[in-house]
Design a protein around this ligand. Structure first.
Ligand code: CMX
Length: 132
Protein backbone atom coordinates (compact mmCIF):
# COMPACT_ATOMS: atom_id res chain seq x y z
CA UNK A 1 0.00 0.00 0.00
CA UNK A 2 2.70 2.51 1.04
CA UNK A 3 5.20 3.56 -1.66
CA UNK A 4 7.52 5.65 0.49
CA UNK A 5 7.58 8.45 3.06
CA UNK A 6 6.30 11.57 1.33
CA UNK A 7 6.94 14.12 4.07
CA UNK A 8 7.40 14.71 7.77
CA UNK A 9 5.31 17.50 9.27
CA UNK A 10 6.84 19.69 11.97
CA UNK A 11 4.73 22.14 13.97
CA UNK A 12 6.31 25.58 14.36
CA UNK A 13 5.24 28.84 15.95
CA UNK A 14 7.20 31.15 13.63
CA UNK A 15 7.49 29.90 10.06
CA UNK A 16 9.86 32.66 8.93
CA UNK A 17 12.36 31.91 11.70
CA UNK A 18 12.27 28.18 11.02
CA UNK A 19 12.63 28.69 7.26
CA UNK A 20 15.87 30.53 8.05
CA UNK A 21 17.12 27.56 10.07
CA UNK A 22 16.39 25.04 7.33
CA UNK A 23 17.73 27.21 4.50
CA UNK A 24 20.55 29.25 6.02
CA UNK A 25 21.85 26.82 8.63
CA UNK A 26 20.99 23.44 7.08
CA UNK A 27 21.53 24.67 3.51
CA UNK A 28 18.27 23.20 2.16
CA UNK A 29 16.32 24.80 -0.68
CA UNK A 30 12.74 25.80 0.09
CA UNK A 31 10.43 24.33 -2.56
CA UNK A 32 7.79 26.92 -1.72
CA UNK A 33 5.43 28.27 0.91
CA UNK A 34 1.65 28.23 0.70
CA UNK A 35 -1.47 28.58 2.75
CA UNK A 36 -3.61 25.45 3.04
CA UNK A 37 -6.98 26.89 4.11
CA UNK A 38 -8.66 23.49 4.52
CA UNK A 39 -6.08 22.57 7.19
CA UNK A 40 -5.73 26.09 8.66
CA UNK A 41 -1.96 26.18 8.21
CA UNK A 42 0.81 27.93 6.34
CA UNK A 43 3.42 25.47 5.11
CA UNK A 44 6.99 25.60 3.84
CA UNK A 45 8.38 22.55 2.05
CA UNK A 46 12.04 21.50 2.05
CA UNK A 47 12.97 18.46 -0.09
CA UNK A 48 15.62 16.20 1.46
CA UNK A 49 16.23 13.49 -1.13
CA UNK A 50 12.85 11.92 -1.94
CA UNK A 51 11.32 13.02 1.36
CA UNK A 52 10.21 16.54 2.24
CA UNK A 53 10.20 18.35 5.54
CA UNK A 54 6.91 20.24 5.90
CA UNK A 55 7.01 23.12 8.37
CA UNK A 56 3.51 23.92 9.64
CA UNK A 57 2.39 27.16 11.24
CA UNK A 58 -1.26 27.50 12.31
CA UNK A 59 -3.27 30.31 10.71
CA UNK A 60 -6.10 30.26 13.27
CA UNK A 61 -6.48 29.55 16.98
CA UNK A 62 -8.69 26.53 16.22
CA UNK A 63 -6.21 24.99 13.76
CA UNK A 64 -5.24 21.39 14.70
CA UNK A 65 -1.63 22.60 14.71
CA UNK A 66 -2.45 25.43 17.16
CA UNK A 67 -3.93 22.86 19.54
CA UNK A 68 -0.88 20.62 19.12
CA UNK A 69 1.53 23.53 19.84
CA UNK A 70 -0.42 24.53 22.91
CA UNK A 71 -0.24 21.01 24.31
CA UNK A 72 3.20 19.82 23.15
CA UNK A 73 5.17 22.82 21.96
CA UNK A 74 7.09 22.75 18.68
CA UNK A 75 8.16 19.43 17.19
CA UNK A 76 7.32 16.51 14.92
CA UNK A 77 3.58 16.57 14.22
CA UNK A 78 2.93 13.79 11.67
CA UNK A 79 4.40 11.38 9.13
CA UNK A 80 2.90 11.27 5.64
CA UNK A 81 3.13 8.23 3.36
CA UNK A 82 2.68 8.28 -0.39
CA UNK A 83 0.03 5.89 -1.72
CA UNK A 84 -1.76 5.25 -4.97
CA UNK A 85 -5.55 5.25 -5.03
CA UNK A 86 -6.12 6.88 -1.65
CA UNK A 87 -9.89 6.24 -1.65
CA UNK A 88 -9.60 2.47 -1.92
CA UNK A 89 -6.79 2.39 0.65
CA UNK A 90 -8.98 4.32 3.12
CA UNK A 91 -11.76 1.76 2.64
CA UNK A 92 -9.47 -1.18 3.27
CA UNK A 93 -7.85 0.50 6.31
CA UNK A 94 -11.29 1.13 7.82
CA UNK A 95 -12.24 -2.50 7.23
CA UNK A 96 -9.21 -3.43 9.34
CA UNK A 97 -10.73 -1.37 12.17
CA UNK A 98 -8.19 1.42 12.16
CA UNK A 99 -9.87 4.72 13.06
CA UNK A 100 -9.86 7.32 10.29
CA UNK A 101 -10.00 11.07 10.84
CA UNK A 102 -10.87 11.58 7.18
CA UNK A 103 -13.10 8.98 5.51
CA UNK A 104 -12.87 10.93 2.26
CA UNK A 105 -9.71 12.61 0.90
CA UNK A 106 -9.23 16.32 1.54
CA UNK A 107 -7.02 18.84 -0.24
CA UNK A 108 -3.56 19.34 1.24
CA UNK A 109 -0.42 21.24 0.29
CA UNK A 110 0.34 21.27 -3.43
CA UNK A 111 -3.31 20.39 -4.13
CA UNK A 112 -2.59 16.74 -3.30
CA UNK A 113 -5.28 14.42 -1.97
CA UNK A 114 -4.66 13.70 1.73
CA UNK A 115 -6.32 11.87 4.61
CA UNK A 116 -5.35 11.37 8.26
CA UNK A 117 -5.58 8.29 10.47
CA UNK A 118 -6.27 8.87 14.16
CA UNK A 119 -3.14 8.74 16.38
CA UNK A 120 -5.07 6.63 18.91
CA UNK A 121 -5.20 3.87 16.26
CA UNK A 122 -1.60 4.23 15.14
CA UNK A 123 0.34 4.00 18.40
CA UNK A 124 0.49 7.74 19.02
CA UNK A 125 1.82 8.74 15.60
CA UNK A 126 -0.48 11.02 13.61
CA UNK A 127 -0.33 9.37 10.17
CA UNK A 128 -1.25 10.96 6.86
CA UNK A 129 -1.72 9.21 3.54
CA UNK A 130 -1.33 11.25 0.40
CA UNK A 131 -1.71 10.76 -3.31
CA UNK A 132 -0.01 13.00 -5.86
N1 CMX B 1 0.46 13.33 17.12
C1 CMX B 1 0.18 12.38 18.06
N2 CMX B 1 -0.87 12.46 18.91
C2 CMX B 1 -1.68 13.53 18.77
C3 CMX B 1 -1.45 14.54 17.81
C4 CMX B 1 -0.33 14.41 16.97
N3 CMX B 1 -0.04 15.31 16.04
N4 CMX B 1 -2.42 15.46 17.92
C5 CMX B 1 -3.23 15.06 18.91
N5 CMX B 1 -2.78 13.90 19.41
C6 CMX B 1 -3.36 13.14 20.53
C7 CMX B 1 -3.49 14.04 21.76
O1 CMX B 1 -2.29 14.05 22.49
C8 CMX B 1 -4.62 13.38 22.50
O2 CMX B 1 -4.15 12.28 23.25
P1 CMX B 1 -4.58 12.10 24.81
O3 CMX B 1 -6.07 11.90 24.75
O4 CMX B 1 -3.84 10.88 25.22
O5 CMX B 1 -4.20 13.36 25.50
C9 CMX B 1 -5.52 12.86 21.39
O6 CMX B 1 -4.70 12.78 20.22
C10 CMX B 1 -6.69 13.79 21.12
O7 CMX B 1 -6.11 15.04 20.85
P2 CMX B 1 -6.72 16.46 21.20
O8 CMX B 1 -5.64 17.40 21.53
O9 CMX B 1 -7.86 16.31 22.16
O10 CMX B 1 -7.17 16.99 19.83
P3 CMX B 1 -8.38 16.65 18.93
O11 CMX B 1 -9.05 15.38 19.30
O12 CMX B 1 -9.21 17.87 18.86
O13 CMX B 1 -7.64 16.44 17.55
C11 CMX B 1 -6.61 15.16 15.88
C12 CMX B 1 -6.60 15.55 17.36
C13 CMX B 1 -5.37 14.35 15.61
C14 CMX B 1 -7.90 14.36 15.60
C15 CMX B 1 -6.63 16.50 15.03
O14 CMX B 1 -5.46 17.23 15.31
C16 CMX B 1 -6.71 16.24 13.54
O15 CMX B 1 -7.80 16.07 12.99
N6 CMX B 1 -5.56 16.19 12.83
C17 CMX B 1 -5.54 15.96 11.39
C18 CMX B 1 -5.45 17.24 10.60
C19 CMX B 1 -4.18 17.99 10.88
O16 CMX B 1 -3.43 17.71 11.81
N7 CMX B 1 -3.92 19.02 10.03
C20 CMX B 1 -2.74 19.84 10.13
C21 CMX B 1 -1.65 19.45 9.16
C22 CMX B 1 -2.14 19.63 7.73
C23 CMX B 1 -1.13 19.42 6.65
O17 CMX B 1 -0.17 18.66 6.79
O18 CMX B 1 -1.34 20.04 5.59
Amino acid sequence: MIKRIDHIGIAVRDLEQQVKLYSEVFGLKCEGTEEVPDQKVNVAMFPVGEVRIELLQPTTDDSPVAKFLEKNGEGVHHIAYLVEDLESNLKSIEEKEVRLIDREPRTGAGGHKIAFLHPKSTFGVLTELCEH
